[in-house]
Design a protein around this ligand. Structure first.
Ligand code: FE2
Ligand code: FE2
Length: 133
């Protein structure tokens, strides 16, 4: 298991907490396939991860837009940086098929990014949004 539920801070907006729980579940499943070096499963789950991350980020961006959150651009630019990193990682996977590269990314970069991003940006955004589910 890469990320435990309790490692990700709860924020004051239920929709965002649900998005985060779903992302943790999918990332953990992906990480299991990567560690086991199951190439077919990695192919399949990489698509699921990309779909889920996009759903997570674009839902938050729509909520920020709707509520006119003052720091929307800064929060969105963190999402954009991660979108680019995941796209690059997926392209590298398609050309080199190296599960260790994905494992290093998930363990050394993605996990820490998610913990800090939720603590910094999502929690502040959630306070602005309130529980508007
Ligand atoms: Fe989030
Ligand atoms: Fe976010």
């Amino acid at each position: 298991m890469l990320i435990k539920d309790k490692e990700i801070q709860h924020v004051s907006n239920d929709m965002m907490n649900i998005l985060h729980e779903e992302e943790i579940r999918i990332i953990n499943e992906f990480h299991d396939a990567v560690v086991a070096k199951e190439s077919d499963k990695i192919d399949e789950l990489f698509k699921v991860v990309q779909f889920d991350v996009e759903d997570h980020f674009s839902t938050e961006e729509a909520m920020m837009e709707e509520s006119k959150f003052y720091a929307m651009q800064m929060h969105k630019s963190e999402h954009d940086t991660m979108r680019q990193k995941l796209d690059k990682l997926q392209k590298n996977w398609e050309s080199h098929r190296d599960p260790e590269e994905i494992q290093r990314f998930l363990e050394d970069e993605f996990k820490h990014w998610l913990v800090l991003h939720v603590a910094r940006w999502d929690s502040e955004t959630a306070m602005h949004l309130g529980d508007s589910m």
